[in-house]
Design a protein around this ligand. Sequence first.
Ligand code: GDP
Ligand code: GDP
Length: 435
Amino acid sequence: MSNIVAIVGRPNVGKSTLFNRLLERREAIVDSTAGVTRDRHYGKSDWNGVDFTVIDTGGYDVGTDDIFEQEIRKQVQLAVDEATSIIFMVNVEEGLTDTDQEIFELLRKSNKPVYLVVNKVDSSKEELPATEFYQLGVEKYFTLSSATGSGTGELLDQVVSDFPTTDYKDPFEGLPKITIAGRPNVGKSTLTNALLDVERNIVTDIAGTTRDSIQTLYNKFGHEFVLVDTAGMRRKSKVNEDLEFYSVMRSIRSIEYSDVVIIMVDATLGWESQDMNIFGLAQKNRKGIVILVNKWDLVEKETNTMRDFEAAIKHKIGQFNDVPILFVSALTKQRILKAVEVAMQVYEDRKKKIKTSKLNEVMLPIFEGTPPPAIKGKYIKIKYCVQLPTPSPQFVFFCNLPQYVKEPYKRFTENQLRKEFGFTGVPIEVYFRQK
Ligand code: GDP
Ligand code: GDP
């Protein structure tokens, strides 16, 4: 289940340095997008084989002093609302400040585990000054050098071993889980209400968290699935909902918990960087994806409007663009049943398993016809392939020289798999291994 570790602290204590270090081996989910000064906010990491999501809550520039206080409060509130555990970072160079004390007071009131981390302890020289932080009344703190990474092991051992273990029983085990994600005001609630004329909400506790989530059973027109929604998405929260960052944060858990993510965009606004963030989040979590361009009723249409709109989105989402894009109106209910059908198809495709015999029969001749380019006179021979028994499609191709199979050929392989077996809306992983 998804454990979320939030890093909280004043500006410049070293939060993003630690964040980047934790994500080192894995790519951050949010890549450079225009208009956001510091844009790497959250990503996946793991320690001792335990996966978790890291949030750098300081991802937004705090700006001037007068809004400083308010921003810090938001940051803390976000951490308290969303995180499983909180790393509270302070800076040994500056020593204990009033703001540190205030933040710590707020955090202490939450019932989440809080780890006091004294950063910039780059050598034993700083160990003694670090003792100043005992004034916060803690029994233990961790010393760290985010810059060199020393101390991270001890900290993470503790954080990960404290993750809650749950004997959570999913009341909807085995049913498709779908999340409707998107920026504020794109029409998520309108769509939800259009689909569920009679709401049958069951509030459950998504494993590993105290925060409740709403799961609503949909069972109509021959389809049965569960709409997953973290409580914050439909209730107005204490944190300003208009901030894109927070609204994306709120979707994390719903997305991780789902099989398919319906990404809604506003036709009058088009595909923007925030939509890309949600797309990236779904893709990196290997979830099925359907894009709904909503409020289509408001768009003045000419012959190619739909086609052009679709092409523009496909261009922007980049390499993985074999994704269904539908034009809907949640308000007039135009094509919303079609959207449900397509989402269910993506769900089926995501769990589809290709028989090994069939896979080899289809793929080996393709590889023979178009083998990987020889490198330094060495020929690469792909001998055998299997699909792994994973929740989303992953394929392993066994060959003599896997290190010589480069990115373009991996993409070629993925495209062939899509063409032959149909995985629209489903992220695919392709691995080449030594036989
Ligand atoms: P944030 O504002 O809390 O995210 O802080 P940053 O991660 O941006 O770091 C602020 C500054 O502190 C940068 O110049 C970092 O290079 C520096 N810094 C971060 N961690 C360490 C550390 O462990 N030791 C030292 N000496 N500098 C650090
Ligand atoms: P959410 O914040 O994503 O849940 O968005 P809402 O469902 O609350 O919708 C925001 C606004 O957009 C409301 O005023 C809706 O009535 C309006 N809206 C939603 N879907 C449509 C649509 O398909 N067409 C039009 N014209 N308006 C819509």
